[in-house]
Design a protein around this ligand. Structure first.
Ligand SMILES: C[S@@+](CC[C@H](N)C(=O)[O-])C[C@H]1O[C@@H](n2cnc3c(N)ncnc32)[C@H](O)[C@@H]1O
Length: 495
């Protein structure tokens, strides 16, 4: 999910940890290569030559200067980069490319005109083959660095045949510029709105719908919300497209519930987009970075759209979470099912279950599934999804995984398989402790953060589990994000 929208690779400005803190730079001639003796002596403005070893977790090139790690945005593995130091810290250096002395054969021209500005994608300039190899390396490196494991069994990364147009949802801010109304994202670390019409990782239907919605709003002169003055009306356009159902949902997030020309607006939107199934308005009067407010009104049509994953069908209300890349989600969930090794007799826990999608995927192959999720609305959706899909053996509980699992264990409940798909921060120590006390035969760890994944796997292997395999899945091509499913087996387990 990553259910909470904050934990999901979404189209928000990507904050570079380096860009934030660029100190004033001393002017030096370009050709000056640092001749200082140690990495400790270099300073901002110095120029160094670095061979890039791998990609870092944020998609930046990582090399070493006199054994100190150097992070260079935009540099690719195997390249030799002449770079100017931006920041020299005790543990690392960050630098920017001045010149590429040796180019990677995988370097390509990024197709998107705002690549590097909008911040949504980090590695469009790397061939897809190169992306898959580098992301596999990111996972390997995490296990080596954080778990001291050099030899994990990695399955080949599950990539996409066509790694473009995969996103089923866009959430774009509205703004006014000289040329008129634009819908886009804020450039990294700024309040500059970047027009991302035609974003190549969005499904084309999404791009078309954003464009047409914006045109209608502009045509009717519906005012755009302005953060500074707290005046105006429409803040955000949210568009969701059902890949399987062919249904389209448009939600306008507004600063107040006074919508002028409502009937005309609905009429023009419907005329512009015949696939529209639902038009909604969500009111968010607060000056906040959260997109949605609490009140949602349906302006026209259904209150939700339908979408399927395999033979499961979901109803998606405007705020409901749903995986952003449905094609790859099916591959991820199949990897989980494969890892769970179900025969129909097992008791399965789906911890951090969101709207219950993994648990529901597994339910036909298990005796029972118990899901745990902390967000009440998600639990409600999970229960509805279970009922709608006739998965009577799946039940969902609201609570914290680190509290419920120990409580269940104390009460004598012992699952055969635990699946956990936590946020980027990883598993809570109390949850890990409860797993080691409960000792399910299989523990299936789904993670979108290789670093916390590796650290948690170290705790589990120290406690008696053995990693059978790691399956990386490319859920977000063109970005540096990587998702993994890991199968851990209890050492004493029979299979
Ligand atoms: C990565 S998402 C998992 C989504 C789900 N498995 C899916 O595939 O759609 C993590 C979920 O864990 C929930 N969560 C976060 N902390 C939690 C906790 N301590 N206990 C239970 N759920 C938690 C979040 O609300 C979110 O829905």
């Amino acid at each position: 999910m990553k259910n909470s929208k904050n934990s999901q690779p979404h189209q928000a400005s990507h904050k570079s940890k380096y860009k934030n803190t660029v100190p004033p730079q001393r002017k030096k001639p370009d050709s000056r290569i640092s001749n200082r003796n140690t990495a400790e002596e270099v300073a901002p403005g110095d120029v160094i030559v670095v061979t890039i070893k791998r990609l870092g977790i944020n998609g930046e090139g990582v090399g070493y200067y006199r054994r100190k790690a150097v992070f260079i945005e935009g540099a690719l593995p195997d390249e030799v980069i002449k770079a100017e130091i931006i920041r020299a810290e005790t543990k690392y250096i960050s630098a920017k490319i001045k010149d590429i002395e040796k180019r990677s054969p995988h370097r390509i021209d990024a197709p998107c005109p705002v690549f590097g500005i909008c911040g949504g994608c980090q590695i469009q300039h790397l061939s897809y083959e190169g992306q898959l190899a580098s992301k596999t390396d990111i996972v390997r490196e995490a296990f080596s660095r954080y778990a001291g494991m050099q030899e994990v069994r990695m399955k080949p990364m599950l990539g996409m045949e066509h790694p473009w147009g995969y996103r089923n949802k866009a959430q774009l801010q509205l703004g006014m510029q000289e040329e008129g109304m634009i819908a886009g994202l804020y450039a990294a670390d700024s309040h500059r709105l970047i027009d991302i019409t035609g974003c190549p990782i969005q499904h084309p239907k999404i791009n078309e719908a954003v464009d047409r919605t914006r045109n209608v709003l502009q045509h009717l002169n519906i005012p755009v919300y302005r953060e500074k003055s707290n005046l105006g009306l429409v803040r955000t356009i949210v568009v969701r497209w059902g890949f399987q159902s062919g249904q389209l949902q448009v939600t306008l997030v507004t600063a107040s519930d006074k919508l002028p020309q409502r009937e005309q607006l609905v009429k023009e939107l419907r005329l512009a987009m015949p696939e529209l199934t639902s038009i909604a308005m969500n009111v968010n009067p607060k000056n906040t970075s959260l997109v949605f407010g609490h009140k949602t009104f349906i302006l026209w049509g259904e209150d939700s759209i339908r979408e399927s994953l395999g033979d499961l069908e979901f109803t998606l209300s405007p705020r409901a979470f749903f995986q952003l890349n449905p094609l790859q989600t099916v591959k991820l969930y199949e990897a989980v099912r494969n890892a769970a090794g179900l025969t129909g007799r097992e008791k399965v826990v789906d911890a951090y279950c969101g709207t219950g999608t993994i648990g529901l995927w597994l339910a036909p192959y298990a005796r029972e599934v118990r899901g745990i999720e902390s967000i009440p609305e998600a639990v409600r959706d999970a229960k509805e999804n279970a009922a709608h899909n006739g998965r009577a053996n799946a039940t969902f509980y609201e609570g914290l995984a680190e509290e419920l699992l120990p409580r269940w264990a104390k009460a004598g409940y012992s699952p055969d398989v635990i699946v956990a798909d936590p946020p980027r921060t990883g598993l809570d120590p109390r949850f890990l402790e409860a797993v080691l006390r409960t000792k399910p035969k299989r523990f299936v760890y789904v993670s979108c953060n290789p670093s916390t994944l590796a650290k948690d796997c170290k705790v589990l292997t120290d406690g008696g589990y053995k990693i059978d395999w790691v399956q990386p899945v490319d859920m977000f091509p063109q970005t540096s994000h990587v998702e993994c499913t890991v199968l851990l087996k209890w050492k004493g387990a029979s299979d």
